[in-house]
Design a protein around this ligand. Structure first.
Ligand code: SIN
Length: 342
């Protein structure tokens, strides 16, 4: 992971430097402390919601309150589409958008949106440590973003209020909400549906008003926002991945002392390891909620059905390669495996 080296190299000196913060932090005004405003768009009981709170607690306790991380969940400060501007202007110092949403700035990150590219969280995490992943991280820095970590959520499932989604014909003309990524828009065009790019906080109201019919998201986001209460059918398809880039404003980061950077990196590494466990656990629990609620018709895609969807979506790999070359695709595990049989 990108944070490993600095943490290991600098770690040795951390404990003896803790004592060097100004001592009586409760007497310090907000101007004298370091305040990090961390904005995100999901609920508090989601993997990202819990991890951001844990990060704030760790940093506060390790700096005796000298660094305060203020977490604003649920698009309370900024919605999708506003978060990056707010970060780059310095109105907030930290955000954790999904990889799909960074693609407006760094389109190569669409590789994570490619359908059926990964089979597990671990495959995604390993991909991001590959040479292709390293190029993706570096591109963020050129945009004024300092990446601190990648947090997992999990695989997306599809829901809609018209019919079960099993055969390709089932998608015809469904209005699907997607995150802002061209690969996701194209994915639904290839399936015969219509993609609508909308902010996350609009999914529930748009479904309620009948302005969209369908959406894709993780179990945790679906249950946390009660999206399932507006949908009749869910296909457990695990077709696409949802994970987060935990980002700081690059200038803000560079202006922090080495000592503070170390505490932030060390805390982030600990939270990231913890987050990976709870992401799996929360999604498992939320899946059970849907299995037991008798409120949505569930269908789990069979291997044969999945193969039909995969074939229909193959052109996405060709257009991605045409745009960005094959170096990003090359490190996707399933292609590595295929090549080793050649
Ligand atoms: C998120 O998990 O941050 C939101 C995902 C979405 O917009 O669907």
């Amino acid at each position: 992971m990108l944070t490993t080296c600095p943490i290991i190299i600098l770690f040795v000196s951390v404990s003896c430097q803790y004592g060097t913060y100004p001592q009586d932090h409760e007497q310090l005004s907000a101007d004298e402390r370091i305040v990090i405003r961390f904005s995100h768009v999901v609920g508090e009981d989601t993997p990202k919601g819990q991890a951001s709170r844990k990060f704030a607690e760790l940093v506060e306790s390790r700096t005796d309150g000298y660094v305060e991380v203020q977490v604003f969940p649920n698009s309370f400060l900024y919605r999708d589409g506003e978060e990056f501007d707010a970060l780059l202007k310095g109105d907030v110092q930290m955000i954790a958008p999904s990889t799909s949403k960074v693609t407006k700035l760094v389109p190569e990150w669409q590789v994570i949106d490619l359908p059926f590219a990964f089979n597990s969280d671990q495959e995604v995490n390993e991909y991001l440590e590959s040479p292709a992943g390293q190029v993706l991280w570096d591109k963020l820095k050129r945009e004024g973003l300092y990446p601190l970590a990648f947090w997992n959520n999990g695989f997306k499932q599809m829901t809609n209020n018209r019919n079960p989604l099993i055969d390709l014909a089932d998608f015809k003309n469904l209005r699907f909400r997607v995150m802002s990524s061209e690969v996701l828009e194209e994915q639904f065009s290839l399936l015969g549906a219509q993609a609508h790019v909308d902010a996350f906080d609009q999914v529930y109201p748009l479904l309620e008003k009948g302005e969209i019919d369908a959406q894709e998201n993780t179990f945790s986001n679906i249950v946390n926002k009660n999206i399932h209460t507006q949908q009749e059918y869910m296909t457990i398809s695990n077709h696409g991945y949802l994970g987060y880039l935990v980002l700081m404003n690059e200038k803000f980061w560079q202006n922090l002392s080495d000592e503070i950077q170390i505490v932030l990196l060390e805390s982030m590494q600990e939270v990231t390891e913890w987050e990976r466990g709870i992401a799996e656990e929360i999604n498992r629990e939320n899946r059970q909620t849907l299995e037991q609620c008798d409120c949505v018709n569930l269908h789990e895609l069979t291997h044969e059905e999945r193969v039909v969807w995969e074939r229909a979506l193959e052109p996405l790999y060709d257009s991605f390669t045409e745009q960005f070359g094959d170096k990003y695709i090359h490190y996707i595990p399933k292609f590595k495996k295929e090549r080793s049989y050649n």
